[in-house]
Design a protein around this ligand. Structure first.
Ligand code: SF4
Ligand code: SF4
Length: 428
């Protein structure tokens, strides 16, 4: 695509990067067919190509975006399905991340939207605040019909919809050592996952220990920054990235790390991109690139290890590939291979490339589209008539469980169970 960014705009490295992305797009439109929002809404402005035009116009002309432009960018799930489809190698992720940061700086959202976004950024990335909010959410659930009547307050109703009726007791993330360990790995603790599903982390630690790995949780590490990054709060995302880079660098330069493992693929995509996010920060660029190079989805890492003897459980598993895993990290076969190796019968759903609608804060901020996608996804998964649904991302697990009657587990819980661990909680 031809561009005409003024030279003064190109003095900004972020603009230069976006210009290079835009120039790669040949407007072929292949990406439209696999974009969930285009599939649902049929509007070119809700397709990757349409959004690229909108972002080009906004960035190239240094324009303050209109409410209409913001609406279409906000509707993007950041599922990155378009990046898998694009034959031209357009890095849509970097472009939309920049566009969101630009919108955050130049556009004034209505007061109610600003309040909701601030609330999400204040609560979700912090485990303790999130746990506290979930504890009190049941008391506010009766207010949902009232909140739904106002468009501005609908996200609050969506938040309450997502809150579980029971919050698991807090469990501590304790590093574990095995005698004669083959390797030492860090496991991301993160923010929401250990509050909602501590069993994911517990299963991962058990399995890695069984496979002869020391597992550590680096002191000081926390939310990867994805939740705030997707809301355009770039400074917050960079602060989260720097904090995590510091925490893991201490471990890398101390006892050493073979890998930094992530059980939530949304976080994995972000951590693998820390090198890009902090590329212009002289104090962090190198360290961030090293952290990104060590980051791996847990299934990607396990797939490279010698496998343990398994006990067949006789169950059929419907595998849901999280977008952040299949499109963001291009990890497609490893989880399926592991499920099959662990003795389960594997089934994959129709439209596996389409997002389930979770997408970080998307099912709060864009609940109507998210609900449509969730219903559609669950219908395809349920049609497989499997005993259990496995996935590799806390957001997908939560979203799918709302719409499907089939129990949902993390892939690692099945692997742990097949190699001697306890029955996954959702199957008890
Ligand atoms: S598939 Fe790639 S090159 Fe074609 S329109 Fe979409 S982003 Fe542009
Ligand atoms: S990231 Fe997903 S929702 Fe956004 S334009 Fe690409 S395919 Fe569509």
């Amino acid at each position: 695509m031809q561009t005409s960014f003024p030279p003064e705009a190109l003095a900004d490295p972020a603009m230069r990067s976006s210009e290079a992305v835009i120039r790669k797009c040949v407007h072929c439109g292949f990406c439209t067919a696999t974009c969930p929002t285009y599939v649902l809404l049929g509007d070119e402005n809700d397709s990757p190509r349409g959004r690229i035009y909108l972002m080009k116009d906004m960035l190239e002309n240094q324009r303050e975006p209109s409410a209409e432009v913001v609406k279409h960018i906000d509707r993007c799930l950041s599922c990155l399905s378009c990046m898998t489809t694009c034959p031209s190698g357009v890095n849509y992720m970097h472009l939309v991340d920049h566009a969101r940061a630009y919108i955050n700086e130049t556009y004034t959202r209505p007061r109610s939207e600003r309040l909701v976004r601030r609330l999400l950024a204040f609560v979700l990335p912090y485990s303790e605040r999130f746990r506290w909010a979930l504890t009190f959410a049941p008391l506010a659930k009766p207010l949902r019909p009232l909140l739904r009547r106002s468009k501005a307050l609908r996200p609050l109703a969506a938040m309450l919809d997502l809150a579980p009726s029971h919050v698991p007791n807090p469990t501590s993330a304790q590093s574990s050592h095995v005698p004669g360990a083959k390797a030492r790995v860090a496991l991301l603790q993160g923010c929401a996952e250990p509050v909602l599903k501590p069993q994911f982390r517990e299963a991962t630690v058990r399995l890695l220990n069984r496979m002869g790995h020391d597992v550590i949780f680096a002191p000081g590490e926390g939310c990867c920054g994805a939740l705030v990054h997707h809301m355009g709060r770039e400074a917050d995302a960079k602060a989260a990235a720097r904090r995590n880079v510091d925490a893991w660098t201490t471990e890398i330069e101390g006892a050493g790390l073979a890998a930094i493992l992530v059980t939530a693929s949304g976080c994995g995509t972000t951590i693998k991109d820390y090198g890009f996010l902090l590329r212009d920060d002289p104090a962090y660029a190198e360290k961030a690139a090293r952290v990104s190079a060590l980051a791996k989805d847990v299934t990607e890492y396990l797939d490279g290890l010698e496998w343990l003897p398994v006990e067949a459980r006789g169950l059929t598993v419907a595998y849901h590939p999280a977008c952040s895993l299949q499109h963001g990290q291009k990890v497609t076969d490893a989880p399926k291979r592991l499920i099959a190796k662990a003795g389960f019968t594997l089934r994959t759903p129709a439209e596996a490339h389409l997002c389930c609608g979770s997408a970080g804060t998307y099912n709060i901020l864009q609940s109507e589209i998210a609900n449509e996608l969730g219903t559609r996804k669950a219908a395809h998964l349920d049609a497989l008539e499997a005993d259990v649904i496995a996935t590799g991302n806390i957001g997908c697990a939560t979203q799918i469980a709302r719409f499907s009657g089939v129990p949902v587990v993390h892939t690692v819980e099945l692997l742990d169970w097949a190699t001697g661990g306890p029955v996954p909680l959702a199957l008890r």
